[in-house]
Design a protein around this ligand. Structure first.
Ligand SMILES: NC(=O)c1ccc[n+]([C@@H]2O[C@H](COP(=O)([O-])OP(=O)(O)OC[C@H]3O[C@@H](n4cnc5c(N)ncnc54)[C@H](OP(=O)(O)O)[C@@H]3O)[C@@H](O)[C@H]2O)c1
Length: 298
């Protein structure tokens, strides 16, 4: 089996490659990097891994010839370009490369919970755009709609030395499904390695959650358990979200992040979820406290 991961440098792409290279079926893996200096040493050392230079913004740089399956990730954009137009461009480029390489039987897209909605979800609209373009890109298509990444709490690393962290998940006892990146990697790897086995539909779509949903108070407990000391939680209420994100991102990006955040709080479209993803959900095994331990290097 030959599998391409494009782009390969996102943390989810890295996790998928790690799972693929560890699999007993010994697949060959090709990863696309816009900057080859980003290739991790652990992959370089593996004879079944090939790193190639390519940018999803440049169709001519993508050649999937010989691959049986492709894992595609829509890279986030943190500048003032139109994120929807950008998602369309990179998805069109990947789709064209899949079609050109007649060998590709399965495309797996790393997507998001809420990607079925065309409004009200902020940054998740990039995943919506990618799904709209890629639903028929290959004979077999899988959309893995991931819940909130546990690793998002890594933003707390900046303030924890001062004894506190900000949370935009309110009320503090409201629980949200969360998933560890390593579980996203192993789930995507399993979908890629199953290329050629019949799927119930095209696209085959499922949500990927962690073992349970977590509240902000659970996050605080995880930090306290790993650090062995009390940690203060500073809630950012719904009305403060625009200002909170504007302090760290350019204005356009901040507006999308604030809208995405509001979408899963009470009253938001993902909270209401009027058109839920059909079928069974999948669940990762990794608990939040394990991810916190890894992020804090404890
Ligand atoms: N965070 C969440 O809670 C969440 C939940 C569900 C779904 N998602 C989705 O997950 C995806 C993000 O995955 P992630 O967190 O793994 O990403 P990430 O770690 O933030 O990585 C972004 C990467 O994209 C690469 N990149 C950016 N533009 C590129 C280009 N034009 N060509 C090639 N590579 C490019 C960057 O490469 P360099 O190393 O070269 O800079 C960077 O490594 C997004 O589609 C997001 O919508 C996120």
């Amino acid at each position: 089996m030959h599998i391409t991961v494009v782009p390969a440098s996102p943390k989810t792409g890295q996790a998928a490659i790690r799972s693929l290279l560890a699999d007993a079926s010994n697949p060959a893996v090709r990863g696309y990097y816009r900057d080859l200096a980003k290739v991790p040493a652990e992959f370089k050392a593996n004879p079944r891994f090939e790193a190639v230079q390519g940018d999803v913004e440049d169709a001519a740089s993508l050649d999937f010839t010989g691959s049986d399956a492709v894992l595609n990730i829509t890279p986030p954009l943190y500048d003032e370009r139109d994120i929807i137009a950008h998602a369309r461009l990179v998805s069109e480029n990947v789709k064209a490369a899949v079609k050109l390489a007649e060998s590709v039987k399965r495309l797996v897209l790393l997507s998001s919970v809420g990607a079925q909605y065309d409004h009200g979800t902020g940054e998740i609209l990039t995943n919506h755009e990618a799904e709209a373009l890629l639903h028929d890109a290959a004979p077999e298509v899988v959309f893995v709609r991931c819940a909130y990444f546990m690793e998002n709490w890594g933003m707390a690393l900046e303030t924890l030395p001062a004894g506190f962290f900000f949370t935009t998940l309110t009320p503090l006892d409201y629980s949200l499904p969360m998933i560890a990146v390593q579980d996203i990697g192993s789930t995507c790897a399993a979908q890629l390695l199953a290329t050629g086995t019949a799927l119930p539909s095209r696209p085959h779509v499922f949500e990927l959650h962690g073992p349970r949903a977590y509240t902000s108070a659970d996050v605080q407990r995880a930090f306290e358990e790993v650090l062995g000391k009390s940690v203060e939680m500073r809630p950012v209420e719904k009305a403060g979200l625009d200002g909170f994100y504007a302090a760290v991102f350019p204005p356009g990006v901040a507006a999308h992040f604030a809208e995405m955040n509001r979408s899963y709080l009470e009253g938001g479209i993902l909270y209401e979820d009027p058109r839920p993803t059909p079928g069974e959900k999948k669940f990762g095994k990794t608990e939040l406290v394990e991810v916190v331990r890894q992020m804090l290097g404890a």
